[in-house]
Design a protein around this ligand. Sequence first.
Ligand code: ADP
Ligand code: MG
Length: 474
Amino acid sequence: MTQEKWGQLRQKLLKTVGQNNYSTWIEPLEFQELHDGVAVFTVPTNFMGNYVSQNFADLILYELNNSGESVQRIAFRVAANSPVRPVVPTTAATADKRPTERKQATQQTGTRSTDTRTSSSAFEPMDSLQAAPLDARFTFDSFVVGKPNELAHAAARRVSEGGPVTFNPLVLYGGVGLGKTHLMHAIAWELKSKRPDLNVLYLSAEQFMYRFVQALRERRMMDFKHLFRSVDVLMVDDVQFIAGKDSTQEEFFHTFNALVDQNKQIIISADRAPGEIKDLEDRVKSRLQCGLVVDLHPTDYELRLGILQNKVQQHQATYPDLKITDGVLEFLAHRISTNVRVLEGALTRLFAFASLVGREIDMDLTQDCLADVLRASERKITVEEIQRKVSDYYNIRLSDIIGPKRLRSYARPRQVAMYLCKQLTSRSLPEIGRRFGGRDHTTVMHGVKRIEELKLTDGQIAEDVEMLRRALEA
Ligand code: ADP
Ligand code: MG
């Protein structure tokens, strides 16, 4: 592939990812070589390579192949002449500026022209102290709302209005790929347009730590404190990252308190409930729990189908000729029940593949193209696994779950286990009964019904079931 061709491809990428992402992540990539199906790019830093590879590699791969190159993989190499440390350097000049000036500085670096750039300065947009780049695709418009995420969505909407602070912090938590980052970016976009007067700072907990460590090393803690205390809305993504990192937690705690005292909105995300984050200091936990804590539940079939339909529209805007046979999306929504990222990746691959071979996306093509994804998602939860997890959870013996004892302290966990078997496996009621010591299917049905009722009236049971389901689906 020639440099010229990469130049043209970049223009296509610009259209897909938007100017902001493009300037920050795509433009700094320098094409090195294409060898044995591996396209190598140099990047200014490791961090950047990782980010691009996680977020844009699929897309780049797709465009490369779409343009007639045959590329299996993309690799990133850190440019020899750039600083290796994956730390976000801060410049004294920007740190001292007032918030509004800083915002302008970011905008300027964000839209800088290409030609004067060198690899090391390409990292600048991240350095300019303001928010980490927002993904242009992560807006409320593109967020599909369903039962599993409606509460989180409603809460996100509320804070995005930028009205008086009613709950602080807002904590969004849930498993990987369920839309936490998407919602946070959506809030940031919305606030930027509705309340341009507010200084909104979005960053990952990891970046928070980098900046903190950097400030320590450069003896610029005062700047650091000043910077973080001067924002109006602070958003920290993946806060579980700071667990076990004591001084970072401590600084986070102080930043947090200072902002709450000033009645500034804080929005946090985590991969689990604050109370369950290991090695997170109690005072930080309890601070987080003071606000509104909402979780994003694992997707259900309807939500997955909705997301797929939404994504198909987006893909079809770029590739209007591609057709999808009825039933393919339903099949995917049914079969890929892991996170949304996997679901999206599958669809991207389908479109890429279909446009390469110039075929309609039908079941055959889907099976061919996604064989590995489908195989990986085949992992089924077994009745035995459920029985084991449930007995562990309630601290009783496996034999008590399966055995004949009718004591409440065994019967209830047994019913929970039966309920989970019905929900999470494709076993029929008689089959489940058989595995619970040869019980009748009506006993199983009764157990399932009982738990369904209790889930509505007994918070403890509802929580138990939820925890177990999560553990089993993890
Ligand atoms: P998390 O931060 O929770 O790990 P992300 O927010 O990064 O997950 O979401 C993973 C991918 O799935 C993103 O591309 C995001 O746009 C997409 N996604 C997740 N939930 C939804 C949704 N409800 N509607 C549309 N896209 C979604
Ligand atoms: Mg995330």
